[in-house]
Design a protein around this ligand. Structure first.
Ligand SMILES: Cc1ncc(COP(=O)(O)OP(=O)(O)O)c(N)n1
Ligand code: TZP
Ligand code: MG
Length: 511
């Protein structure tokens, strides 16, 4: 059964924004959207003719009907037409948060000004919003105008955006996503900012997509974020997927009336060209925005290729196991020794690299990139944290392949900045080999990861994959299945290798 998300918002008779946009965006992300209509707006592509607020008794009847039978994982709030509505919605949400077995996550898009420039709420709602609603909001998604209206901070550059986000948080909102569609800085770019409740910061940027047909982008972005949160995606993934969805929709938006057409709704984004760039320290966009870079940061992009997919990939912790795997016919192996004080570390790495040459297999070294360079490994495998600490230029100049771990869409787009040799995605299933709490991706996300990245990189799935699961993992089209226990804990590792290889072929429809 798919997740339930409510949209508490206004109806747009033109079908481009409000409730109508929310439902289309939610559908694209595979959640079930329910609605509580707060106002019936009369609008078309030329503007807003009338806003007809729904009375509180009617709003309450919709809330009660849903609460009795279809509680939401996430409640997305859009247009609230007056103070009475703000108070009513806040009262109900406070009740749900206190009494529901799983309290709903609340995403608030403070719809105040439409893309057309029309004001949609009564002016004095702002104080009521701050007093009653903000403390209940988990994620707020204002555009530039709304941010300025709510915070009084004029957005002229990144530091003012950060200041505004902090102010929204001081009003009580957990996380803030500030949409940059309306500030043209750097010229021709669209920059968006996310500050999480734990004060993690994320900047995304892409060249602005030039189209007049932008109606409903704000509601749609916010609904994508709500849908992704309901699906269990972390906020940074919801943020980047929402942006990609909007970019994709803008690229194919068309007019229906004489004026501004609606953003198109075209399904889960699976084309990398629609994704914004994760703005990394040291990049051109980061420099333009003066976001700074850590002292020892050494950016490099474009690493040697792996000459095809990596197929069965064994991740093991001794040179002895490297040999057993290569001898049994595993084409790709990784030496993963987690104790940096292991007295045999360098000797094990040297032996593993030498075995790669003997058996003509690909040998990756996890973590110890200096030793991998020194002894001429085929490649190194690095985690997300390592990317800003390792000397990537040295790895690149030495001609080593670089594999990078990713645990979601934000991280995979971040890794794409470096154009590594392959991308790994995991953990697909729960595993006891490594603590992956909160990072279990599941098969559904793998099915989105593969089409997004396969055209650009060899892809690897890792985490909790045993022989029985290998066929369904391989059927996603992923280029490689990486395992630890499926080989190292098998009674007969040679037979396990044969079975894993057979399951990969079967999953691909080759057997
Ligand atoms: C193929 C592959 N994928 C992912 C990992 C995990 O690497 P990392 O994030 O660096 O974590 P540790 O392995 O160092 O704990 C991997 N090793 N191999
Ligand atoms: C190293 C690593 N990175 C993500 S999951 C994982 C461990 C995979 O081990 P197993 O195949 O035994 O579940
Ligand atoms: Mg590592």
């Amino acid at each position: 059964m798919s997740e339930v998300v409510w949209s508490i918002a206004g109806s747009d008779s033109g079908g481009g924004a409000g409730i109508q946009a929310d439902l289309k965006a939610m559908h694209s992300f595979g959640v079930h959207g329910c609605t509580v209509i707060t106002a019936l707006t009369a609008q078309n592509s030329l503007g807003v003719d009338a806003i007809n607020p729904v009375n509180n008794a009617v709003i309450e009847s919709q809330l009660n009907a849903l609460a009795q039978d279809m509680p939401a994982k996430v409640i997305k709030i859009g247009l609230l037409a007056n103070i009475a509505q703000v108070e009513l919605i806040a009262e109900h949400i406070a009740h749900y948060k206190k009494t529901w077995a799983v309290p709903p996550v609340v995403v608030y898009d403070p719809v105040a000004i439409a893309t057309s420039g029309d004001t949609l709420t009564e002016e004095d709602t702002v104080d009521a919003l701050k007093k009653y609603l903000f403390p209940l909001v988990d994620v707020i998604t204002p555009n530039t105008h709304e941010t300025q209206l709510l915070t009084g901070i004029y957005l002229i550059g990144p530091s003012s955006v950060v200041e505004a986000a902090e102010k929204l948080q001081a009003f009580g909102a957990g996380s803030a996503v500030i949409k940059g569609g309306h500030w043209d800085y750097p010229k021709g770019y669209c920059i968006d900012y996310c500050r999480s409740d734990s004060q993690e910061e994320h900047w995304l940027g892409n060249e602005a997509i030039v189209t007049p047909h932008t109606h409903g982008t704000g509601c749609s972005l916010s609904s994508c974020i709500a849908a992704c949160l309901a699906k269990g995606y972390p906020l940074k993934d919801a943020f980047i997927l929402g942006k990609a969805y909007i970019n994709q929709g803008l690229a194919s938006a068309v007019r229906y009336g004489e004026g501004i057409g609606p953003v198109a709704h075209t399904g889960f984004p699976e084309d990398l060209t629609h994704f914004p760039q994760v703005i990394e320290p040291g990049s051109w966009l980061a420099d333009e925005l003066e976001l700074g870079a850590p002292d020892d940061f050494n950016f490099a992009a474009g690493f040697a290729d792996t000459e095809g997919e990596l197929e069965l990939y064994a991740v093991v912790d001794t040179a002895d196991w490297i040999e057993k795997c290569l001898a049994a016919g595993v084409p790709t192996v990784q030496l993963r020794i987690k104790d940096p004080n292991d007295p045999n570390l360098e000797a094990e790495i040297k032996t593993a690299i030498m075995l790669g040459e003997k058996y003509q297999g690909r040998v990756f070294i996890n973590d110890y990139w200096q030793l991998a360079i020194e002894h001429g490994a085929y490649g190194v495998h690095l985690g997300q944290e390592d990317l800003s600490e390792a000397n990537l230029s040295a790895i690149q100049n030495a001609g080593l392949r670089l594999g990078v771990s990713t645990h979601g869409f934000y991280e995979m787009v971040r890794a794409h900045n470096y154009r590594p040799s392959y991308l790994a995605f995991g953990a697909i299933y729960p595993t006891t080999t490594k603590d992956m709490t909160g990072q279990i991706q599941g098969l559904e996300k793998l099915k989105h990861f593969v089409p997004l990245m396969k055209a650009h990189y060899p892809t690897v799935a890792i985490g909790g994959i045993d022989i029985a699961r290998t066929e369904q993992v391989a059927s996603t089209g992923v280029g490689s299945v990486a395992v630890v226990r499926a080989i190292t804990l098998a009674d007969d590792h040679q037979n396990a290798v044969l079975e894993l290889k057979a399951a990969i072929r079967k999953g691909r429809g080759e057997a």
